[in-house]
Design a protein around this ligand. Sequence first.
Ligand SMILES: [Zn+2]
Ligand SMILES: [Zn+2]
Length: 200
Amino acid sequence: MSDTPRIHLGSLLRTSSDAHAAGNLDHLNYEQGAETQTLRFVRPAPYRMDVNSLGGDEMYLQGSFSPDIVMECARCLREVEVPLRLKLGTLLRYEPSVETPYLEEAETGEEVLVFGNPDLDLSAYLAETTLLQAPLSVLHAPDCKGLCQVCGHDLNEGPCEHMAQVPVEKIDDLLGAPEGSAHVSQHPFAALRDLKLPED
Ligand SMILES: [Zn+2]
Ligand SMILES: [Zn+2]
């Protein structure tokens, strides 16, 4: 398993031949600010990239990357595997003075990955593509019931004592009680509302 996704562009720059790279990644290290971050994948994530010369110092990279990432269910916070199938496509520009590859926006609005080392490390590019294309939030199941807002109990595992505080109207919504019917008395918790506790 390769540690870093690299593509060797030296001979492409000299002879305009195509370049290819493929492999599997179980994680990506990338720099954010001054810190090294690690993006881990559930299983080795295959990538494949082809780079074609566009003439001069410009080239085009296309390919695919298929990482399975772990996110938290937005309601109950349990871990969810999210399979991503990413298409890669970006302009590249070689500028020998550039030390760390960076993305800039071309006049056409397209992104350009500018780099100075022909032995191009695509860790940051792949990490950014993954983070940008991951969904903002996921549910572990479409009908996830979430957590009790009082005690944090996972309501997918059954109700907790605070379920009695759910407003009657809301439970009637769930039960589909017809409007205007005497539904309060049908409600299983309704009797509790009239319960007189002894004063001490
Ligand atoms: Zn959930
Ligand atoms: Zn509760």
